[in-house]
Design a protein around this ligand. Sequence first.
Ligand SMILES: [Zn+2]
Length: 553
Amino acid sequence: MSKDNLKRNILVTNALPYANGSLHLGHMLEHIQSDIWVRFQKLINNNCTYVCGEDAHGTSIMLKAEERGIKPEELIKSYKESHIEDLKAFNINYDNFYTTHSEENKYFSEMIFSRLQEKDLIEEKEIEQLFDTEKKLFLSDRYVKGTCPSCNAKDQYGDNCESCSSAYSAIDLINPVSVLSDSKPEIRKSIHLFFKLSKLRKSINEWLETSEVPKQAVNKLSEWTKGEIKDWDISRDGPYFGFEIPGYPNKFFYVWMDAPIGYLASHKNYLDTKGKSEEFDLYWGEKSAAELYHFIGKDIMYFHALFFPAMLLNSGFRQPSGVFIHGFLTINGEKMSKSRGTYILADDYLKVLDPEYLRYYFAAKLSTGVDDVDLNLDDFLLRVNSDVIGKFINIGSRTSGFIKKHYKNKLSNKLDNEQLIEEFIVSSEQIAKAYENREFSKAIRDIMILADKANKYIDKMEPWTLINDKKNKDLVHSICTTALNLFRILTIMLYPVTPSLSANIYKFLNIKQPNWDDLNNLLLDHEISEYQSLLIRIEKEQIDKLQEISKED
Ligand SMILES: [Zn+2]
């Protein structure tokens, strides 16, 4: 069998950012998580494709564009540009970043809808909804406030009460008021289209039991799937920014119907652009053997782990292999807050700090659990300075000077400590396994244990003392050569997490970008480039500045 046949075909998606706001560090947590995993897959030579795009439909985009006096198309275009810019700056390396407002997405949304219709899985039902007579639109739950029908708490949204947690229908609110116009909405009837999920309980549970979904999430979802599964309303009345439903004038696909279909659209667009259209079925066909994974946050697991797999199964496509779910980002232990200066936009972070710091810190915290991830800014400074600068970079910075000064930047042709190199290579297996299983915090822990070992070795050998005696010249040469070979191995291991730092180290080591298979190739009798500062320590002033500018926004 040729090596190519052993390669896995993997398609990875990240949740689509919504096109009506700037990216903040909560978004970056997920993009960084998925990017690390994809970079690892590419590093071990798998065929891994990584797609994303803008989630570009819905009422809030329509209203925001209206507020600014522009077309929704203009609004989503400008957010797409700003999102792409932020993602690039954080070294998030999408193969394609597209949009749900596209021909491809319209095509797949209509196709899936008509196939569900053919299977008698779409039902028309008349529903009652609150209608804003001034704005002339039906109000979704978040656009109406009133008094809770259960506990009489004032100022509650149309879906559930924040005071007593009871869930209700917006039409049951006492004294409802439209958030958009402050007027009293009236109840109107309208025909809506429902995806008959209630008929699909068996296959929904089957998929949940056989796919890679975090256990905590499955438990949460089963509370719902073990009970009576309600049919899902997939239509919205116009005016609405989205795709009109074929055969239903002035009715549109609900944004959550066409958003996950956007993954197919982005991938199709990617393949068409690359001249590889024929590969689409390899990934999305009913019998596809490729792997398909979605990285998402726990707030949208219903859509990805229940609705979307059910839609795919009943419209002639394959289902996802897994849905990887993370918790929310908290900053300094709390929800992001503007007044505390912890609602941090990606853009503001970039004004003050290097993205590699954050990529490292998130990696050090991420595992497969759905628990929240805390960015404690004091701990962030200490951890990055101690691990990345104090341990990892230190190995290169403290030994390269000898190579420059005494050996004209050329490494020795022999090692001083082959056993230590061997130990690093052996450890690479468990580190690869941790990356594969998305236990990034474990991978980082193991890599830092190795960095400690490298530093201890240098401490013990004391090249700075040895060099004072001429007879040690060869020994110091081989000690520093050993250290820089250890540094090279660690640099490759850290590449998925800190790709631009690693790329700069490859330049310093004067090597082409290696992959994981190259870990045990040694650098001997090899000329390196001059050492230049790779990454500097984070200063307390930078953290203060970051919080200051986050308050201003
Ligand atoms: Zn209540």
